[in-house]
Design a protein around this ligand. Structure first.
Ligand code: NAP
Length: 490
């Protein structure tokens, strides 16, 4: 990350939010925020560092001990509902910001902004439904538990679904009564800042929601290691998650981690193959493949392999790659030229490893694509689980197709990965589909569907895909301490 100066950006100078104030970095440094679909500078944001993190922690600590601590759970819920309403009222602005900053299609960004408002609505309702227990202990007396907020929580999010990842963390953190410091990815700070402004407008007291921008290696690390932060919730790469664990060890912080994935899409011969093919290209190519749930490994029963490759390729040809600002576009640009280069390297690796390139593999041609980080959806066939393109998270629009012989082989191959986030099983035999769903070691599975995310249901990974479950009532466990109280009644 470097400090650069450039012509006045389209959106102007963004500010961090600390203690209810819109502020610059303590040392005044800034960085450019780009539109990866055009290569233009979109905005300039403060290059925050440890000093700014420290300011934010102090503001969040003061807020935690201030009037916020006297708010009833119902009042927190009502304020979250206002927050949700404000997101809906500003939906188009949020969607435009996200689309321009991530290079993602505007139609998808509108859906994501609506999902943010629904997440806040869910936790608005959940705030006063966090119950303790009464427990029949052996001693004579009354034993009960209290669910208490942890205190200051650090929320570190990635660039692929910036505002959604922020909402998954802010919603339960605020419902449970914590104060929060949100650190967006440096590629995509704009919707996080706007959410911080809307939180103030909704009526959260100053210091309850703070937004810090700046490099992960300095600002992010300072937040993850800060002794005044009681918990850090992180979404991002597995290697960064490992570093967060090390930093959090400083003060034995609580942590929840949503990390990488390499999700299987398992297709049995008895499945509705046409439906699988129609619905599955966007299960991997949506968001230009930069999705932790991307179904990037397709396992096909050998007897229908050729037919599935043909149907899936035919359906992929119809994916509209184009200018993210156009309503019809289904796939926009990748997040950066650097990310595109990384994915192109993987495509070369796949060819060298002997996988057969069936479709894509290069940038689309045309004037609209000239300055953006675009790539065509790319399909490899004849792949195997030993190949790097099958083992490593590419985080781009690349899928590998691998044949399997029977149910046991499908399970063995699907589990042959260090990851365990999501996956799909396609079969008309519900017994077989459920056996496979039980046997695949992943946190979020779907049968005859590619749907992984439901606001009301838990989301998270097995193995190196992370720890903890976001969304639903499960997420509230990540943001509360359980206190047991025993009262001697003798
Ligand atoms: P990343 O590089 O790990 O960055 C994620 C966040 O961590 C960013 O805000 C980043 O800041 C910050 N960060 C980087 N180094 C840090 C450090 N040493 N200490 C503290 N914070 C640090 O991930 P990404 O490239 O943005 O996102 C892509 C990854 O996210 C993929 O692996 C994807 O699978 C994963 N993901 C997982 C889920 C899930 O739910 N499982 C959902 C979405 C994405 P900077 O941007 O300033 O570096």
């Amino acid at each position: 990350m470097t400090t650069k100066t450039s012509a006045q950006p389209a959106i102007g100078n963004a500010k961090m939010i600390i203690g209810g104030e819109q502020v610059d970095a303590a040392d005044g440094q800034t960085f450019d925020v780009m539109n990866p679909a055009t290569g233009e500078v979109l905005a300039r944001a403060p290059l925050g560092g440890p000093e700014d993190v420290d300011r934010a922690v102090k503001a969040a600590q003061a807020a935690f001990e201030g009037p916020w601590s006297t708010w009833s759970a119902s009042k927190r819920g009502r304020t979250l509902q206002k927050f949700s309403n404000l997101v809906k009222q500003n939906l188009e602005e949020l969607a435009q910001l996200e689309s321009r900053n991530v290079g993602k299609p505007i139609s998808g960004a509108r859906g994501e902004a609506l999902a943010v408002s629904l997440v806040f609505e869910y936790y608005a309702g959940a705030a006063n439904k966090l119950f303790g227990e009464t427990i029949p202990v052996s001693r004579p007396g009354l034993d009960f538990t209290l669910r208490e907020p942890i205190g200051v929580v650090g929320l570190i999010v990635p660039w692929n679904f910036p505002m959604n990842m922020a909402s998954w963390k802010l919603g339960p953190a605020l419902a449970a009564g914590n104060t929060a410091i949100l650190k967006p990815a440096s590629y995509t700070p704009l919707t996080a800042i706007r959410l911080g402004e809307l939180a103030l407008e909704a009526g959260f007291p100053p210091g309850v929601v703070n937004v810090i921008t700046g490099p992960g290696g300095t600002a992010g690390a300072a937040l993850a290691g800060h002794a005044g932060v009681g918990k850090v919730a992180f979404t991002g790469e597995t290697t960064t998650g490992q570093e967060i664990m090390r930093l959090a060890a400083n003060n034995v912080k609580k942590i929840s981690l949503e990390l990488g994935g390499k999700s299987p899409n398992i297709v049995f011969a008895d499945a509705d193959l046409e439906r699988f093919a129609a619905e599955s290209p966007l299960a991997v190519f949506d968001n230009a493949g930069q999705d932790c749930c991307a179904r990037s490994r397709i396992f096909v029963e050998a007897s229908v392999h050729d037919k599935v490759v043909e149907l899936f390729t035919e359906a992929t040809r119809k994916v509209i790659v184009g200018d993210p600002s156009q309503d019809a576009t289904q796939m926009g640009s990748l997040i950066s030229e650097r990310q595109r280069e990384r994915v192109i390297d993987y495509i070369a690796i796949g060819r060298d490893e002997g996988a057969e390139l069936v479709y894509g593999g290069e940038a689309p041609s045309g004037e609209v694509f000239e300055n953006g980080a675009y790539l065509m959806p790319t399909i490899f066939d004849a792949a195997s689980t030993e190949m790097r393109i099958v083992r490593e998270e590419i985080f781009g629009p690349v899928v590998a197709i691998i044949p399997f012989s029977d149910e046991a082989d499908a399970v063995r191959l699907a589990n042959d990965t260090p990851y365990g986030l999501s996956g799909s099983i396609w079969s008309r035999d519900i017994g077989k589909a459920l056996r496979v769903a039980k046997a695949v070691k992943a946190g979020v599975l779907s049968v005859n569907s590619n749907s992984s995310v439901h606001t009301e249901a838990p989301f998270g990974g097995y193995k190196m895909s992370g720890m903890g479950r976001e969304l639903g009532m499960h997420a509230l466990e990540l943001y509360t301490e359980v206190k047991n109280v025993f009262v001697d009644l003798t």
